[in-house]
Design a protein around this ligand. Structure first.
Ligand SMILES: Cc1cc2nc3c(=O)[nH]c(=O)nc-3n(C[C@H](O)[C@H](O)[C@H](O)COP(=O)(O)OP(=O)(O)OC[C@H]3O[C@@H](n4cnc5c(N)ncnc54)[C@H](O)[C@@H]3O)c2cc1C
Length: 435
C-alpha cells in the first residue's frame, strides 16, 4: 500500500494537516505517485511542509549517497539525505557541506527548496549557490537542471518551496575543512551596539549571535557572539551517548517571563569575562539543538511560532526597535538568534538579503500571534522580508510585497505545474501561486 492516512505537523506544531503520505524507497515508486508535493524532515516550522486533505511524498527513505569525488569535494546525494549526515561522513575526509542550517536533520531537498542559509552566509552565500545540478521529477518524468542548463527553472526551483517539481537528487560542491572539529570562540556582548559591532567586525567564516530577547533598557541586545573556524585539532569531547529527548509536552509556566529571563541571564553569565575558546565537535557547533530530540515539545501541546526577518543594513535602527518590542512583550523564549547576512542568494524566492536577520521563537497563543503580525508589518515597512520556512502568520499582500521576484517565480510554477498539484498549505494560505 503506497499511501497512509496520517496527521502531521511542521516543527512548530502550531499548524497541522491530515492527509495521505507515501514514503517511497525507490525512484520508480516515487515516479508512480505522480504530481504531489514532496516533504523532507518537516523541519520547517509552519505550513510549508503540510498538504491538508491532499497527498505528499515523504522523501526520507530516498537517502542514498550516489557519488563522491575526494579530489574536488563534489558529492551527489538523493534528496532525502540529511545534511548533517553529509557533514558526519565527509568532514573526516576533509570536506563538508558549504552551507548548513541550524539542524542536521534538514534534507538535501528541503535545503534546496528553502535555499537555506547558515552561520557563514556573509562569507559563502546560500545553499543553492553550491548546487552544481539537480534532478527534478515532474509528473513522474525526470530532468536535470543546473545554473547554466534550464536557468529559469533552476532559479524557480532553488528556494522555490517545492512548487516546480520533486527534487530527487543533487550534485553539491562541498568546501574543504580541516576535520570534524571546530574552534569556537564565545564572547559576551553587553548591549545592542556591542553585539552589532562584533558581528560586523568579525572576520571569522562562521559567526552567529545568541540574543537574550528578554533583556531591556541598557541591557537590550546583550548576548553571546560565537565565531568559529574548522580545525585539525580533535574535539576534546566527542558527542556522548545517544541523544536525549523531551518525553512530554511541557506545561505553560515553563516558558513564563520569570523563568525565561532567569535562564537567559544564567546562560549569558556562563561565558567568562574576556571570552573563551573551545574545540567542539562539528555537530555541536552547527546543530546545537539536535542532541535533544523533540525539543519542540518544550513549548507545550499547542506548539510555537518562529518570527524570522531579514532587514537591509540601513534599517538597523528598525531592527533594534523590533528587538525592543520583543523584549517589552515578555513573550520571547530563550531561542533568539541574530546574524549578519551577505548578499548571496540562489533563487527567485530566496530569503537572504544583505543586512541582518533576527529569529525568535514564541509559544503559540493569541498574544504571540498579535505580536508576530505587528513584527511582520515592521519588517515589510523596512524593505525586509520574513522567512517562509518559519512563517505561519503572514498575509498574501505582505509576502508578495516582500519578495520582488515573486511574480516571475509564480509564472514559472504555472508553466511547470499548471494544475497546481504541488501546492501546499503555505502556498494556498498566501495565495502565492495566484497571479
Ligand atoms: C532547529 C532548526 C534550526 C534551523 N536553522 C536554520 C538556519 O540556520 N537556516 C535556515 O535557512 N533554515 C533553518 N531552519 C529551517 C530548515 O533548515 C528549513 O525549513 C529546511 O527547509 C528544512 O528541511 P526539511 O528537509 O525538513 O524540509 P521540509 O520542512 O520537510 O520542507 C520544506 C520545504 O521544502 C520542500 N521540499 C522538501 N523536500 C523536497 C524535495 N525533495 N523536492 C521538492 N521540494 C521539497 C517542501 O515542499 C517544503 O516547501 C532550521 C530549522 C530548525 C528546526
Amino acid at each position: 500500500m503506497l499511501w497512509k492516512s496520517t496527521s502531521y505537523t511542521g516543527w512548530g506544531r502550531a499548524l497541522s494537516a491530515a492527509g495521505e503520505l507515501a514514503r517511497p524507497e525507490r525512484m520508480s515508486t516515487l515516479a508512480r505517485l505522480g504530481a504531489v508535493p514532496a516533504i523532507g524532515a518537516r523541519r520547517s516550522y509552519g505550513d510549508a511542509c503540510l498538504n491538508t486533505a491532499g497527498q505528499a511524498a515523504d522523501m526520507s527513505r530516498l537517502d542514498r549517497i550516489l557519488g563522491f569525488d575526494a579530489e574536488t569535494g563534489r558529492v551527489e546525494a538523493e534528496a532525502g539525505v540529511p545534511i548533517g549526515e553529509l557533514a558526519r561522513l565527509f568532514a573526516p575526509l576533509g570536506w563538508m557541506p558549504a552551507v548548513m542550517p541550524g539542524t542536521g536533520f534538514a534534507t538535501v531537498g528541503g535545503c534546496i527548496a528553502m535555499d537555506v542559509h547558515g552561520k557563514n552566509h556573509h562569507a559563502d552565500g546560500s545553499f543553492g549557490q553550491h548546487v552544481i545540478s539537480l534532478k527534478l521529477m515532474q509528473d513522474g518524468k525526470s530532468r536535470t537542471i543546473a545554473p547554466n542548463r534550464g536557468k529559469a527553472l533552476f532559479e524557480a526551483t532553488v528556494g522555490g518551496l517545492g512548487q516546480t517539481g520533486i527534487i530527487t537528487s543533487a550534485k553539491l560542491q562541498m568546501i574543504p575543512c580541516e576535520g570534524p572539529g571546530m574552534e569556537v570562540t564565545e564572547q559576551r556582548v553587553e548591549d545592542w551596539d556591542e553585539h552589532i559591532a562584533l558581528l560586523d567586525s568579525s572576520e571569522a567564516r562562521y559567526t552567529v549571535g545568541w540574543l537574550d530577547a528578554t533583556a531591556r533598557g541598557k541591557h537590550l541586545g546583550r548576548g553571546i557572539v560565537e565565531e568559529a573556524r574548522s580545525t585539525a585539532v580533535r574535539p576534546q569531547s566527542a558527542p556522548k551517548g545517544s541523544a536525549k529527548s523531551v518525553p512530554f509536552d511541557f506545561p505553560r509556566f515553563t516558558l513564563s517571563r520569570v523563568i525565561v529571563s532567569g535562564f537567559n541571564k544564567a546562560y549569558y553569565l556562563r561565558i567568562r569575562d574576556g571570552g573563551q575558546t573551545r574545540i567542539k565537535p562539528l555537530e555541536e557547533f552547527f546543530f546545537p539543538l539536535d542532541r535533544i530530540r523533540d525539543w519542540n515539545r518544550l513549548y507545550g501541546k499547542s506548539g510555537f511560532h518562529q518570527f524570522q526577518c531579514a532587514l537591509p543594513e540601513a534599517e538597523l535602527p528598525r531592527l533594534r526597535s523590533i528587538a525592543e518590542r520583543i523584549a517589552g512583550s515578555g513573550l520571547a523564549s530563550p531561542l533568539a538568534v541574530l546574524k549578519r547576512l551577505g548578499p548571496g542568494s540562489g533563487g527567485l524566492m530566496s530569503f537572504p538579503m544583505a543586512g541582518y536577520t533576527l529569529a525568535v521563537d514564541f509559544r503559540e497563543g493569541p498574544k504571540a500571534r498579535a505580536l508576530i503580525s505587528e513584527l511582520i508589518s515592521e519588517a515589510q515597512a523596512g524593505g525586509g522580508r520574513i522567512y517562509l520556512a518559519k512563517d505561519s502568520l503572514a498575509t498574501e499582500a505582505q509576502v508578495k510585497a516582500m519578495y520582488p521576484d515573486w511574480r516571475r517565480w509564480a509564472e514559472a510554477c504555472a508553466r511547470h505545474d499548471p494544475e497546481g498539484a504541488l501546492e501546499t498549505d503555505l502556498t494556498r494560505r498566501l495565495s502565492l501561486r495566484s497571479l
